[in-house]
Design a binder for this molecule. Sequence first.
Ligand code: PLP
Length: 474
Amino acid sequence: MKTYDLIQPGFCYTQGMANYVKEPFRIKMVEPLMATTREERERYLKEAHYNLFALRSEWVSIDLLTDSGTGAMSSAQWAAMMQGDESYAGAAGYYKLEEAVQDIFNYQYMQPVHQGRAAEKVLFPIFLKPGMVSLSNMHFDTTRGHVTLAGAEAVDLVCEEARMTGTYAPFKGNMDLERLKDYLAKAAAKVGVIIMTLTNNSAGGQPVSLANLKAVSEIAKEYKIPLVIDAARFAENAYFIKQREPEYKDASIKKIVRACFQLADCFTMSAKKDAIVNMGGLIGIREDRELFEKVKINTVPMEGFITYGGLAGRDLEALAIGLYEGIDPNFLHYRIAQVEYLGEGLKEIGIPIQYPCGGHAIFVDARELLPHIPYYEFPAQALALELYLESGIRSCDVGSYMLDLDPETGEQLEAEMEFTRLCLPRRVYTQAHLDEIIRAFAKIKEKAEQIKGYKIIEQAPVLRHFTAKLEPIK
Ligand SMILES: *Cc1c(COP(=O)(O)O)cnc(C)c1O
């Protein structure tokens, strides 16, 4: 087997796409990473009952648990934080944020909220009543949760290509248009909203094409159903459109963002992703003043007065700047290339991944790497635990372990895909960190057959993966 150490600096991978692009910034503030021994890590994992969410972050070397709220803010953002206006009503940050949303998205109205799920909580009950349906290319967990809380049903209609992990397709995040049309032909009256998630997080950070979004928008208009964009990774999605949709190769990121958002009626956004803040969220409304009034009415009791919406004044300032830094083409070029570098490096040493790489994370196909571990012994969780034991790197399971038991039969469900997810925080880790991740996988691959599965000894009825206790199978 080729060891990763032999790869020369500047090595060009297959397709020549994955050269490491140098960081378009320099480092001004640092945070030490703690080194741990394998013995210590064995003890920490045992104490955490083999649940990676129960680990203290100080026991982790490279933390790939999530890209949500884990990015590094810029000196411009920190400087703006110091100038935050903490007035209860009419704070300066609110108006800066409004201006940024109007400029970037060409939307007339916006409402800050404390994070993405708060935007869902405020907006969805306006569109969804008990018995109704929400259609999406794929609902994110919290999105599905708030659809359900509104009494409605969440239906995913992602395209077929999303399931073929080893096969290249440029836009695996797309909506399956035929299934969408079929559904509407049968039951349009029940459908309260159509949600397009950009990028498609649950399908592996896979992008949605502008052509697909256009087609969905036309269908939504035909049936007079509001179209909402779940905009957490709107900038990464725009970058993929520029890269892969020939029509837009010369368009600026901002122009592509505007073209996408003109097709929808409103958006919900977790600003903890592409807008590079540690906490924050947004609702954007293109032009519907009546809808904006309803949003404001819900926001006051749920999130706080409209000009702060659950955030401190300083957070509004950082967010207004983060929206611009997130669409900077130099930043996006580096960001997407960094994820690709990790993915291509893993492929190079024979680790199976969802391909092509997503925008924010690499999804390792644990079923293929550990075929001897059945789904009910959680191969993707076993791989995540082994990665921590081997190197102190924290990742997470997006597979059968993440699914709850069948509420009717109490049986363990089998996930369609068993992924170990490696999420890259924005502007945090360097090339050497990525090489260390690849080296850790090279070691794991050598002893893959010896890796054992796990069993759950304690679990909550819903969202069990955050708190469950596990034990290795002897
Ligand atoms: C993170 C995320 C959310 C929820 O946002 P929070 O800020 O975590 O509440 C919703 N949709 C998508 C696609 C996300 O990635």
